[in-house]
Ligand binder design. Structure first.
Ligand code: CA
Length: 233
């Protein structure tokens, strides 16, 4: 059973989360301040954190960074709960390093789906040598070759790197800045427009499988390995 830490200062929201997560079969632990959250995270094994950004003592972004620094919690997935859409880009980018976010007021069903996807991804990541394949697409990473329905498609080195990067973080939103840093290495002659152009071209080349790369409006892109689980964004 997975244990989820709920960090939220509003008792009503905590209660709703606690009730629904328990119904869905998760264990929960709770914290109403940032200090309490760090203390609980240090003493209890946790599989995922739901983190409110506006806490009374410290900001959620501070707590997120602190959790990333501690070896025991560095790899624990963090989903941010926020009413402020203007911060999302920073929060899921490398500056703060959260895995995903939901915007308040959020739908509990959507949040439960995100939790499921993230926890499942963690499990599949731990099996070594998993080949890259989603839908009709198959990738040989070492040979730098890609097939769709067994027909090889020609990708440029950048498109190939973009595809692999999106796949490595599949089902999680990646901001344009994150992609820019990780695929292009923050070269000064490219900007976030470059990311859009390359994603567009990659989608065209992937043809019908292009729909696996979803646009998350105002934030960036997400490779959804099961487009049926597509969530409103
Ligand atoms: Ca709050």
């Amino acid at each position: 059973m997975s244990t989820i830490l709920i960090v939220e200062d509003e008792a009503d929201i905590r209660a709703v989360l606690e009730y629904n997560l328990t119904q869905a079969g998760y264990e929960t632990v709770q914290a109403s301040t940032g200090a309490q959250a760090l203390q609980v995270a240090r003493t209890t094994p946790i599989h995922l954190v739901l983190l409110d950004l506006m806490l009374p003592d410290r900001s959620g972004t501070d707590i997120c960074r602190a959790l990333r620094k501690e070896p025991a919690t560095a790899a624990v997935p963090i989903i941010i709960l926020t009413a402020r859409t203007d911060e999302i880009d920073r929060v899921v980018g490398f500056e703060v390093g959260a895995d995903d976010y939901v915007v308040k007021p959020f739908s509990v069903r959507e949040l439960l789906l995100r939790i499921q996807v993230i926890l499942r991804r963690k499990t599949s990541d731990s099996s070594p040598g998993t080949p890259i394949a989603f839908g009709p697409v198959r990738v040989d990473k070492e040979a730098h070759r890609v097939w769709m329905n067994d027909v090889e498609i020609a990708l440029t080195a950048l498109e190939f790197k973009l595809l692999c990067t999106l796949y490595e973080r599949r089902n999680r939103v990646q901001s344009r800045d994150t992609l820019l840093g990780d695929v292009w290495g923050m070269r000064s002659d490219v900007n976030t427009r470059t990311v859009d152009t390359h994603v567009k071209r990659l989608r065209e080349k992937l043809n019908e499988a292009g729909e696996y790369i979803q646009t998350v409006r105002g934030v960036g892109y997400r490779l959804a390995t099961t487009p049926g689980e597509e969530m409103p964004s």
